[in-house]
Design a protein around this ligand. Structure first.
Ligand code: ADP
Ligand code: AMP
Length: 217
């Protein structure tokens, strides 16, 4: 099964992804995580991505598409992928469809987590991320058990530079102008499922499971 998680920055895609990948038996592929990992290794790709990420802009399609398509060629992705943060433009969505079609595969469903703009800004300004495994936390809605440490792997938590309010506003603008059209793209294909993301984390998980018609383990 191949599923796309759609939603503005801060909608809760990363938060929902871990449990959902286990439930679906697929691999989590988050383009933002791939860029941050490349940057932590100081690769050319990471440094190029940083120049866009710092401004809240999208990394150019050619670079992003190549990176993600290369990732999904790896054997662990054969059983299916949960895409998070990709596609973000129509060209990315079309490139992904073309690539999957070559293998006789397709995106089965796109889950759109809808959250009000006001809540998005609050979520991003209180977000903490694990430096090692990228699990997201929130000072109020989802605090770690031990302050500053990841519950999953014990890694150090940090606040992303692009979660500053000024950059957040730019990222939201980019979402509404460049990414929102792909909601229509999947709707036209009859693949779109909408979830109210303004609820608590557990309620959102339950709504996603219900839309995808999968039971919790
Ligand atoms: P995305 O991956 O879509 O950018 P995240 O999953 O990182 O978003 O979530 C953004 C922030 O909001 C994180 O700090 C996370 O802990 C918090 N969060 C996620 N889902 C909810 C929710 N349903 N209610 C409140 N806070 C949430
Ligand atoms: P995210 O972790 O999904 O919030 O992404 C962080 C940043 O990485 C974005 O603001 C973009 O600069 C870049 N990025 C992540 N995914 C993509 C994508 N699919 N296309 C272009 N840029 C991306």
């Amino acid at each position: 099964m191949n599923v796309v998680l759609l939603g503005a920055p801060g909608a809760g895609k990363g938060t929902q992804a871990t449990a959902l990948t286990k439930l679906l038996g697929v691999v989590h592929v988050a383009s933002g995580d791939l860029f941050r990992r490349a940057l932590s290794k100081n690769t050319e790709l990471g440094l190029l991505a940083k120049s866009y990420m710092d401004k809240g802009e999208l990394v150019p399609d050619e670079v992003t598409i190549e990176m993600v398509l290369e990732r999904i060629r790896e054997p662990d992705c054969a059983a299916g992928v949960l895409f998070d943060g990709f596609p973000r433009t129509l060209s990315q969505a079309e490139a992904l469809d073309d690539r999957l079609a070559v293998e006789g595969k397709a995106i089965d469903k796109a889950v759109y987590i809808e959250v009000s703009e006001e809540a998005l800004v609050k979520r991003l300004s209180g977000r903490w991320i694990c430096r090692d495994c990228q699990t997201p936390y929130h000072a109020e809605s989802s605090p770690p058990r031990v302050s500053g440490r990841c519950d999953v792997c014990g890694g150090e938590l940090y606040q992303r530079a692009d979660d500053r309010e000024e950059t957040v506003r730019e990222r939201l603008k980019v979402f509404f102008s460049q990414t929102l059209p792909i909601v229509d793209y999947y709707e036209r294909q009859g693949k779109l499922l909408r979830v109210d993301g303004n609820q608590g984390i557990d309620e959102v998980s339950a709504a996603i499971r219900s839309q995808l018609q999968v039971e919790s383990a």
